[in-house]
Design a protein around this ligand. Structure first.
Ligand SMILES: O=P(O)(O)OP(=O)(O)OP(=O)(O)OC[C@H]1O[C@@H](n2cnc3c(O)ncnc32)[C@H](O)[C@@H]1O
Ligand SMILES: [Ca+2]
Length: 494
């Protein structure tokens, strides 16, 4: 009895010790309040500019799938290359969206938030037409971005190769395709091995990018990446002038005649009419070589809505007669055989979404039927059904549908490989496009090797601590209750 008093006190201290240990472990390892970082990328496309704002937790910077798009602000008006006659206004056009970015990003983060502007095919074409004016437009947008409170990192025209590569990185990052070989990463697990190819259809250029096991016969189309501990051999090509707006110009210019003021066009719905200024049509370097000097100043397009005739007309813009490699897509450009799944975005998505062909896998034949049916609808009916859509877009869905089918056919998609294409607008809330990949690369957020990762997550660590503490407590209590006198303590079991 004399010995029980001190032993009881010892036992109480022991229990208190374990409880204190658990509390300290839990508190000490409580995750710090999330430190968020922001980044801004301006996609200065040929048809329009969008300002994307991204956010991610600073501690997880090198993990994959953690960067999220928090906003897309569409700049009013057309793309920056359309300001070629008044370059100063190109910069002003960005102001409203940059003000919105100011409101969204906390003031304390402004100074450390990088801003990048990448211009694509519209500016590539303007540089070809007049490089001095292209520089003036870039200087103007640079001025606006420099005067923003953010950390301006540069405004430049990205190459077609970069555009393809970053689009591919974006979709595979968002789909979680870079991580499934690692046992430690388990965010957005992807059941399918491998990466997804990227198909981007813009207004002035189009890109195809995918991993290939074949020899890439032309160096310009070959990219090698090492990402998250894996090497990738990637094929990419950007076709300048084969975005959907420039392709439409090519198609029109191909059928222009010397005198006719009216142009019957099977790629527009019957009853549709549009006036086109020939000066404007020929202003693009994509078609300037096709200029007919005797063409009238203005022509009137009159739609006749015929799928088959439209297809024949669209095919005239592709040259498939020469190829100096083992195989080509068109215009003498090397392309290896298609491999794996593909994500198709931008206008591929806009057009297929309008035709209600994105929700589930639809066979190639059904897609052709749908486009054919759409082309044969009178314009009045098209307008009645979808009157709220911008007339420019609405009037061009027949042409765009036929163009997409022709382009994908030349890439090598047939009835069976068509099933490998998914038309993507957003992936987990972020737009599919080159901008995210561009930012990930410039902020060094995609490591070549897998970052070292602790074997246990914070939750797992705390859980184990609690489990073992409770286990010890349980043993002690069992001893106490079994022997009444805590003999186990006396015998030095614990
Ligand atoms: O990549 P580049 O060639 O520079 O062009 P862009 O970046 O401006 O091109 P987008 O992907 O924004 O758009 C591709 C095309 O789709 C058109 N477009 C945009 N939204 C659309 C919609 O809802 N329906 C149909 N077409 C759309 C747009 O006018 C372009 O012709
Ligand atoms: Ca684009």
């Amino acid at each position: 009895m004399e010995q029980e008093g001190p032993l009881f006190i010892l036992g109480v201290f022991f229990v208190l010790g374990i409880v204190a240990l658990t509390v300290v472990a839990v508190l000490q390892n409580k995750p710090l309040p999330e430190n968020l970082k922001y980044g801004i990328v301006l996609d200065a496309g040929s048809s329009h500019t969008s300002v994307y704002i991204y956010r991610w937790p600073a501690e997880k910077e090198n993990d994959t799938g953690v960067v999220q798009q928090v906003e897309e602000c569409k700049v009013e008006g057309n793309g920056i290359s359309s300001y070629h006659e008044k370059p100063v206004e190109a910069g002003l056009s960005l102001q409203a969206c940059m003000n919105k970015a100011r409101d969204i990003i906390p003031v304390s983060k402004h100074k450390e938030t990088p801003v990048y502007l990448g211009a694509t095919a519209g500016m590539r074409l303007l540089r070809l037409t007049n490089s001095r004016v292209a520089d003036e437009v870039l200087a103007s947008v640079e001025n606006t971005l420099r005067s923003s409170p953010f950390d301006f990192q540069g405004a430049r025209i990205i190459t077609g190769q970069e555009e393809g590569a970053y689009g591919w990185i974006t979709i595979n990052y968002l789909l979680g395709n870079f991580i499934h070989s690692s046992p430690w990463f388990n965010i957005m697990p992807n059941s399918k091995e491998g990466t997804s190819g990227a198909l981007d259809l813009g207004g002035a250029s189009t890109q195809i990018t995918f991993v290939s096991d074949e020899n890439i016969e032309s160096q310009d189309n070959s990219l090698r990446f090492r990402l998250y501990g894996k090497s990738y051999n990637v094929y990419t090509h950007s076709f300048l002038c084969y975005g959907k707006d420039q392709a439409l110009r090519l198609q029109l210019a191909n059928t222009m005649t010397g005198q006719n003021i009216t142009l019957l066009d099977p790629c527009f719905n019957s009853g549709y009419m549009r006036n086109v200024s020939t000066a404007d049509l020929y202003s693009s370097p994509c078609v300037s070589g096709l200029r007919i000097l005797t063409a009238p100043q203005t022509i009137q397009i009159q739609g006749t809505g015929n799928y088959q005739l439209c297809k024949n007309k669209v095919q005239t813009i592709f040259n498939v007669s020469h190829c100096s490699y083992s195989r080509c897509s068109f215009n003498g450009i090397f392309q290896p055989g298609l491999q794996g799944e593909f994500g198709a975005f931008s206008a591929f998505y806009f057009v297929m979404d309008f035709l209600k062909l994105t929700k589930e896998k639809v066979s190639l034949d059904s897609v052709k039927d749908t486009v054919e049916r759409h082309c044969s609808k009178p314009w009045a009916e098209v307008k009645r059904e979808s009157g709220r859509i911008k007339e420019k877009y609405l009037s061009e869905y027949c042409f765009s549908g036929v163009y997409i089918l022709s382009l994908l056919d030349l890439y090598g998609f047939n009835s069976s490989s068509w099933e490998d294409i998914t038309f993507l607008g957003k992936i987990h809330g972020s737009d599919a496009g080159w901008t995210l990949g561009y930012m990930l690369n410039l902020t060094n957020m995609i490591p070549a090797e897998l970052p070292p990762s602790p074997p246990l997550s914070h939750g797992g660590y705390v859980g184990l601590m609690v489990f073992f503490s409770v286990f010890l407590l349980f043993i002690l209590l069992t001893c106490w209750l079994t022997f009444r006198k805590p003999k186990c303590l006396q015998k030095g079991i614990i």
